[in-house]
Design a protein around this ligand. Structure first.
Ligand SMILES: *[C@@H]1O[C@H](CO)[C@@H](O)[C@H](O)[C@H]1NC(C)=O
Ligand SMILES: *[C@@H]1O[C@H](CO)[C@@H](O)[C@H](O)[C@H]1NC(C)=O
Length: 274
């Protein structure tokens, strides 16, 4: 009988302590009062245990029921997005357009650059997104347009900063040709470098002061082709490799840059949007 009670006791205690730990792990800040409450209840249960086992069992059952109830009814936790601004390049198609739509739908303030303001992608974004979304016409190989986008973004943000977690998404890029490394024209190599490397470099340098102010993050969409050779992707891969090295150099500054740096290397995805 004693053994049996001990096991129940251990079970109940683990449930309480486990519950408390789960709350602590789930949130560092807002859980403090909840954790204190849990520990209080745990202590209370321990005291009660000395006096009356059935009462404790009932209490435990009640708590379990409460937990299950709250787990089932709690809405999925969402990020507070109010006033959080993200700048994304290359939103005419693909990842850029999808990201702009998604973030806008979640309530972010999106600054989406497109190559063609009258293009299909821009029109679709305008139609499907909220008025929070700002479309900016930017060819990232044109430094004046990049500079203008910075001015427009600053004007709209006023005293606010870009979002800390993702301020700038370097998404714009091209793959001008698929072809044999030897036979690809110099102009193909230069074209890829111009957009993927020099363009992204200019955008990053232009936005760094604004990002630093936000202690924000630069997310760069690169490619596995920049990490290893793929047949027929020499021009594209070389430009992405140069970009990766530049971004990695920013990252290696050990925080002295004042912004965080991430790179995403997606392979081919069917974004269904060109
Ligand atoms: C962007 O490129 C242009 C042309 O090369 C250059 O004049 C400008 O200084 C660059 N922007 C930054 C922030 O370096
Ligand atoms: C960054 O910090 C690490 C550990 O503190 C150190 O080993 C490394 O040399 C530093 N790198 C640079 C570029 O300062």
């Amino acid at each position: 009988m004693e053994d049996y009670l001990d096991w129940i006791y251990m079970g109940v205690m683990s449930a309480f302590v486990g519950g408390a730990m789960k709350k602590v792990l789930a949130s560092h800040v807002s859980a403090a009062p909840t954790v204190v409450a849990w520990l209080g209840v745990t202590l209370l249960v321990e005291r009660l245990w000395l006096f009356c086992v059935p009462a404790v069992l009932v209490l435990a059952a009640l708590c379990l029921a409460c937990c299950l109830y709250s787990v089932r009814t709690a809405p999925a936790p969402t990020l507070p997005v109010q006033g959080k601004a993200v700048f994304i390049t290359g939103c005419d198609t693909g990842f850029g357009k999808a990201a702009a739509r998604r973030l806008d739908a979640q309530g972010f303030e999106v600054f989406a650059t497109v190559l063609d303001l009258c293009g299909e992608g821009a029109r679709e974004l305008q139609k499907t997104c909220s008025p929070r979304l700002t479309l900016l016409q930017v060819d990232i190989t044109q430094p004046q347009q990049v500079q203008q986008a910075l001015l427009d973004t600053k004007a709209k943000l006023g005293l606010r900063a870009l979002w800390k977690s993702v301020g700038l998404v370097n998404n714009a890029g091209v793959c001008v040709n698929f072809g044999d490394a030897e036979l690809s024209l110099m102009s193909n190599y230069r074209g890829c470098m111009e957009v993927n490397f020099f363009g992204t470099l200019n955008v990053t340098k232009t936005f760094l002061p604004l990002l630093r102010q936000a202690k924000g993050r630069i997310v760069t969409i690169s490619s596995p082709a920049g990490e290893q050779p793929f047949p027929c992707l020499a021009a594209y891969g070389a430009s992405k490799a140069a970009l990766n090295l530049f971004i990695n150099t920013l990252r290696s500054r050990n925080g002295t840059l004042g912004v965080k740096v991430s790179t995403i290397l997606p392979s081919s995805y069917k974004t269904g949007e060109g």
